[in-house]
Design a protein around this ligand. Structure first.
Ligand SMILES: Nc1ncnc2c1ncn2[C@@H]1O[C@H](COP(=O)(O)OP(=O)(O)OP(=O)(O)O)[C@@H](O)[C@H]1O
Ligand SMILES: Nc1nc2c(ncn2[C@@H]2O[C@H](COP(=O)(O)O)[C@@H](O)[C@H]2O)c(=O)[nH]1
Length: 206
């Protein structure tokens, strides 16, 4: 059967590289992508909203979700849990809609095991110095947390080869356009495969 499910796109990259900024700019444009809102145990930041940025959970609530297998993937990242709701992603893909995840690397690797047909994009900083400046200037984390996130960034960058695409986030506009191009070309690839499959089926039955 021709696969009519949606495509799963996964965006990762070190903390402060600009994943959230690029994703929001992508979603501000006309897009058919559906964003999967994650669950987290981290505290809500000023300006964030429950159900828009995250679903905020206690540690106990999060561990219950893990036990009940309600998460497609989850990871402990710099002292907090983060995870992707399984039902939302599976149901949306089954309805033929594309899903976009913005998650860290350990979680992305778990997703890759279950969805090898997914499209994995790594957002890379123009330089490590710029990465550090961005996370410090965002001003949302204490000095210690910034330090821990930068330590995690090193390990994350080492895993970059596991991704299908690397996009450098120098100019936001350029990075967003590149991700839009990736989305379009992945659709074209699948259309081509579907056409080839259809042709082979017709030949079989003629
Ligand atoms: N291309 C860019 N040029 C300059 N500044 C940028 C760019 N992209 C993002 N920023 C800024 O860098 C900071 C970090 O961006 P953002 O919060 O989107 O990163 P993130 O990768 O989502 O981080 P985290 O993983 O910690 O949530 C923000 O202050 C944002 O405004
Ligand atoms: N494995 C997962 N990682 C996630 C998920 N949602 C967000 N994240 C990533 O966590 C870090 C920290 O996020 P922050 O909002 O505290 O700055 C960042 O890399 C996010 O992309 C998820 O569901 N699973």
């Amino acid at each position: 059967m021709i696969d009519e499910k949606g495509i799963l796109f996964v965006l990762s990259g070190p903390s402060g590289v600009g994943k959230g900024t690029v994703r929001k700019s992508l979603f501000d444009r006309a897009t058919d992508l559906k964003y999967s809102i994650s669950m987290t145990t981290r505290s809500i930041r000023e300006g964030e909203k429950e159900g828009t940025d995250y679903f905020y959970k206690t540690k106990q609530e999060f561990e219950d979700l893990i036990k009940k297998n309600r998460l497609l993937e989850y990871a402990e990242y710099v002292g907090n849990y983060y995870g992707t709701p399984r039902d939302y992603v599976e149901e949306t893909l089954d309805h033929g809609k594309d899903v976009f995840l913005e998650i860290e690397v350990q979680g992305a690797l778990q997703v890759k095991e279950n969805f090898p047909q997914g499209v994995f994009i790594f957002l890379f900083p123009p330089s490590l110095e710029e990465l550090k400046n961005r996370i410090i200037n965002r001003g949302t984390e204490s000095e210690e947390l910034v330090k821990n996130r930068l330590i995690a960034a090193k390990t994350e960058i080492e895993m970059m080869d596991a991704y299908d695409y690397v996009v450098v986030n120098d100019e936001i506009e350029t990075a967003v356009q590149k991700i839009q191009s990736i989305v379009q070309s992945e659709h074209c690839k699948r259309e081509r495969v579907a056409k080839q499959y259809k042709k082979a089926l017709e030949a079989d039955f003629s």
